[in-house]
Ligand binder design. Structure first.
Ligand SMILES: C[S@@+](CC[C@H](N)C(=O)[O-])C[C@H]1O[C@@H](n2cnc3c(N)ncnc32)[C@H](O)[C@@H]1O
Length: 598
């Protein structure tokens, strides 16, 4: 019986596996033979010390940090969740580095779009400091204190920010599907650094574009040099060759031109003349009265002849008596609507969105607007996508996702990740009863969901969310804090930490064997013991004590006919050793080969 090791995906091992697949000859006994690798790569090796690179103090360590598996877990919190049994949305409280590590197995390549709005490093915002030795312990200590802003006077100002963002982006990329993309908001403090690290992590060729978003209006009299009114949003694809075409819906202003309609849709009469093209298309067109019109045109002679016959081109006399050639410019709805332009307006909208829900626009500083995030979410059309925002703040991304589903009947799902950063005692949020930002984020989703249902009358929308909280592992042997204690040897009889529930353990196991957290779980009660049937029999878990062969036989009955099941027990859960041996044999005889323990 294989014992689960309790770690999140080991990325170094995965990289070695990938390399081995490409070049089996360079891996011997799990180690890379660099000399052989160099030979395999021939001339394409950079040997000069002066190479093109962007680096800073701590970069190598940050990379290592991203590769180190997490020893933490995500514990379910049903009480603060909404519609636990049916929802496919997630709200995760915790430091996003650890959370991203924990999501690697279950969500590898499953996310279509990631949006993040990280701290901009203005000197006033808080930049999380990772601890290379024990990040879970660090997290627990940090969230109990009030978190402090990164000070502009600190010498390592950019360094600390880069060390924070780099490992997170590395891990985020793994979660993107092959046709997925990431959108990142940023301002001038770190925009140039962010571009460089994104070029490195996602690849320069996968840079889709950047656009600016208005962030404030005016300020001209306060600023000495230039009053900045905008911030940026960068978009990178996982692989630009797979990224769907991007478009945004037409706005009313744009639609006004398309006044006419025929069997092919809306159109307007546009001029056929296009002088000054790089490769001019020149020919003579004959007007109805025989006048020859020599000109440079938008389309070929062949196309002209055809469209003229079909009534898609007209030649009319203008007020000044001259002939004008015109063609029907169609609004190609559904095919390729407008492209995103590089300037996105709107300044106070985010605050107004919050005001409508909380009657107080000061409940959260710097929220993005629902309109802004909806536009990003809607840039590419995906089927039933999952959107991830791991700096989710007041949960605008969740709000926008629900709103869009209500508008077009879509089935988009969200994953919000947010640090339970304490609110300042003097803040409006604190005075209104929100002790940390997660409390604001969750309440926003509750209120926005109810409002959307009320306004649209659509009761079948998924406005729920399952809450999970980052914590140390539930299993003593999986937790480095307790794993090496001598005491642990005596405690091993019961391997599970005190105060942790069977459900805590259930979700830790699911996460670590790579099952998404919203997979349906059915609780089956047999002989007073609980069996968790996950994903209609894909995984059957029994985390009870005193398991006997009768119970094992009942578990076998739950195995579906058409696919394999994994069965998981507690290592110390069997009545005795002979039951354990017999159980494994019986399961195997019944076609269940994958039997594991924790
Ligand atoms: C600029 S705000 C995001 C605002 C959000 N887009 C909105 O519309 O409300 C950045 C958020 O990231 C959170 N944050 C900072 N470091 C974090 C970390 N290590 N893990 C998770 N969240 C973090 C902060 O608490 C803050 O709420």
């Amino acid at each position: 019986m294989e014992r689960l090791d309790g770690k999140s995906l080991d990325l170094t091992k995965e990289n070695i596996k990938a390399l081995k697949k490409l070049f089996p000859e360079v891996v011997t006994e799990g180690k890379i033979d660099f000399e052989k690798l160099k030979l395999v790569l021939g001339e394409e090796i950079e040997t000069s010390n002066e190479k093109y690179e962007f680096t800073w103090h701590g970069k190598a360590r940050s990379l290592k940090l991203a590769q180190t598996p997490s020893t933490g877990t995500l514990r379910p919190d049903k009480e603060s969740s909404k519609n636990w049994d049916t929802t496919e949305n997630l709200y995760i409280e915790g430091d996003n580095l650890e959370v991203l590590k924990l999501l690697q197995k279950a969500y590898f390549g499953k996310i279509k779009m990631i949006y993040i709005d990280p701290p901009y490093n203005t000197g006033k915002d808080f930049v999380y400091k990772d601890d290379f030795r024990d990040n879970i312990k660090n997290y627990k200590q940090l969230t109990e204190q009030s978190l402090k802003s990164n000070s502009e006077t600190s010498g390592r100002y950019h360094t600390e920010w880069l060390n924070m963002i780099y490992p997170r982006l590395k891990l985020a990329r793994n979660l993107l599907d092959d046709d997925g993309m990431i959108c990142i908001s940023i301002d001038e403090n770190e925009s140039s650094n962010l571009r460089k690290i994104c070029d490195e992590i996602f690849g320069e060729t996968n840079f889709v574009g950047e656009f600016i978003k208005q962030s404030k209006v005016g300020g001209g009299s306060d600023s000495k040099h230039i009053a900045k009114e905008h911030e940026y949003c960068f978009i990178y694809a996982k692989d630009i060759n797979n990224l769907p075409i991007m478009s945004i819906p037409y706005d009313e202003e744009y639609l006004k031109r398309y006044k006419e309609v025929d069997e092919n849709g809306r159109y307007f009469w546009d001029t056929f003349a296009r002088p000054g093209l790089q490769n001019p298309i020149k020919y003579t067109i004959t007007a109805p009265d025989g006048t020859k019109i020599n000109g440079e045109w938008i389309r070929s002679k062949e196309r002209f002849d055809n469209d003229y016959k079909e009534g898609k081109i007209r030649i009319i006399k203008k007020g000044n008596g001259e002939w004008s050639v015109q063609f029907k410019q169609y609004l190609s709805e559904g095919k390729r609507p407008r492209s995103m332009t590089t300037n996105f307006g709107g300044t106070k909208e985010g605050k107004n969105d919050l005001k409508k829900l909380f009657d107080n626009e000061k409940i959260f500083s710097y929220p993005k607007s629902v309109r802004f995030i909806s536009t990003l979410i809607n840039l590419c059309k995906y089927d039933n996508p999952i959107f991830l925002d791991f700096f989710s703040g007041s949960s605008t991304t969740a709000h926008a996702t629900m709103q869009l589903n209500a508008e077009d009947g879509g089935n988009r799902k969200f994953i919000m990740v947010q640090l339970p950063e304490l609110t300042d005692e003097k803040s409006e949020a604190y005075k209104s009863g929100y002790k940390n930002i997660c409390e604001i984020g969750k309440e926003r989703i509750r209120r926005a969901g109810e409002k959307i249902v009320k306004e649209t009358g659509k009761t079948d929308l998924d406005i729920g969310f399952k809450v999970f909280k980052l914590d140390s592992s539930n299993i003593k042997t999986w937790d480095p804090e307790t794993a090496n204690l001598e005491q642990n040897l005596f405690d091993l009889k019961d391997n599970i930490k005190e105060g942790r529930t069977k459900e805590d353990l259930l979700y830790e196991i699911l996460l670590k064997i790579g099952i998404p957290l919203t997979t349906p779980v059915e609780e089956v009660n047999i002989q007073g013991k609980t069996i968790y049937n996950v994903g209609s029999g894909a995984v059957l878990l029994c985390l009870e004590d005193k398991i006997d062969l009768n119970l094992v036989n009942e578990i076998i009955k739950l195995k579906p006919k058409d696919f394999d099941s994994k069965v998981i027990f507690k290592e110390t859960g069997f009545l005795d050793d002979s039951v354990k041996t017999n159980a494994i044999q019986t399961l195997k005889k019944n076609g269940i080969m994958d039997v594991r323990s924790v």
